[in-house]
Design a binder for this molecule. Sequence first.
Ligand code: DMJ
Length: 495
Amino acid sequence: HFTILLLLLAVLSLKQLVYASRSLVCCGFLLNQHYNPAFVSLQMMKHAWDNYKRYAWGLNELKPISKQGHSSNLFGNIQGATIVDALDTLYIMEMKEEFKEAKEWVEKNLDFNVNAEISVFEVNIRFVGGLLSAYYLSGEEVFRKKAVELGEKLLPAFNTPTGIPWALLNIKSGIGRNWPWASGGSSILAEFGTLHLEFVHLSHLSGNPVFAEKVMNIRKVLSRLDKPEGLYPNYLNPSSGQWGQHHVSIGGLGDSFYEYLLKAWLMSDKTDEDGKKMYYDAVQAIETHLIRKSSGGLTYIAEWKGGLLEHKMGHLTCFAGGMFALGADGAPSDKTGHHIELGAEIAKTCHESYDRTRMKLGPEAFRFDGGVEAIATRQNEKYYILRPEVIETYMYMWRLTHDPKYREWGWEAVEALEKHCRVDGGYSGIRDVYNNHESHDDVQQSFFLSETLKYLYLLFSEDDLLPFEHWVFNTEAHPLPVLHKDDGNKEENQK
Ligand code: DMJ
C-alpha cells in the first residue's frame, strides 16, 4: 500500500509540474520572459481557437465580443474559414487534439457543392492554400483531395477572352464577374496575380497540368503588355486585355502579385527564370518611382496615380520589407546588401507606425505629408484588424539578419495584442489605435490564426522550423514545399 501511495504522489506531483510549467509560460509573460514561442501557442492561439470553437464552430469567423459567428461574403456560403486557415498553425504549434478535431470537421463538413458566389482570390489563399499546407505537413489524403476538388471548382473563373480570371465566381453555375467598383470592369492585379503558387501545387498533386497552364497564361498576358514606367497598374480588363486606371500600389490591390513573382521563382527551386526577371524588374521600377525617404529619414513606399505620388503607405504594404529581404539573395550581386537594407528600412518605418500610436499597434494606413510621418491622419485609416504584415516582416528580417531588435519589436506587438485586442471571447480588432480606450470591432479575422500568430511563433522559434530553403509561405502564411529540381517536378514550373 505504501508503494501505491508513493506512486500516486509521484503522478500527482508530475501533474503539478506540468501545470506549473504551463502557468510559468503564462507568468513568464508577466515576469518579462521575452520571446517565448510557447506563450504564443499555449496562451494566444489556444485562446483564439478555444473561443472560436466555443462560440462559432463551423462558421467562418468569430465575433469575440458578441460571442457568435461572423460571416463574410468573401466566402459565399462556404463555411469553416477559421478551421481551414488555422489547420497548419495548429499542426506547427503541436496542438494535436485541436488539429485532430479540425481534420474531422473538414472530413465531415467541408462542402464545396454549394450555390455560392465567392472571391476567387480569398478562397484560393485561405482554403486552397490552407488545405495544401495541411496536406504537405500531415500527409493526410483528405486535405489533398479537398484542395484539388476546390481547385476544380475555381477553374471556370478563367473563362474570359484573355484567360485573366474574374474576381468573383459562382461555384455552382460557374458564372463569373468582377467587383462593380473596379475600374471599367477590371480584374485586380493582387487577385489574379496571387494564384500562382497554389495552382502549380494543384497540378503537382493532381497530375492535371490545367491548373499550372492557367496561371502561366496570366504571366504571358502580363509580359506582353506595355507597362507605364515599368510599373504594373492594379486594374486589368479581362475582356480587352488593356490596363484600367493607372493606379500602382505595393499595398492593397497590388501587393501579393509582386510577392508571388519572387516566391514562384523560389518555389521552383530557382528554375522559373521568367518569374525572377519580372520580380527584379518590378522592384527596380518601384525603387525609382515609388520609394521615397521622409525628411525625418524614414523610407516609405508611396502609391502612384497616373504619375502623381500619394505619400501614403498601407499596413498591407509593410509585408514588402520581408519580401525585399527574402529576395536579396537572388538580386544582382552588387544589390544583395541593398535589398536587405531596403527590407530593414521598411521594417523600421512600419515599426515607427506602431510606436507612434497610443496602443502600439499600427493603423491601416499612415501618411508622410501635411507635416506628419508614419501617422494616420484620416479617421477611417486609424483601425487595426489584427493584420500580420508588420510581424511578417519582423520574422523575415530576424531569420535573415538575426538582429535581436526584430524579436524585441515582435514582443512589443505581443504585449500590445494582449493588452488591447484580447477579450474574454477571443481577440478583436480595434477601431482607433490612437485612442486611450479600446473600441473593439468585434471580429477575430481568420488570418489572425493563420498568419499573425504563426509569424509570431516562427519569430521566436529556431530557424530550422520550416526552413526557407525547403518552404515558401503563400500570402496567407500557408507553407508550401519548394519543388526541388531533382524531384522531377520541373515541368509544372516551366509550363
Ligand atoms: C490576408 O488575407 C493576406 O495576407 C492577404 O495577402 C492580404 N490581407 C490579409 C491580411 O492582412
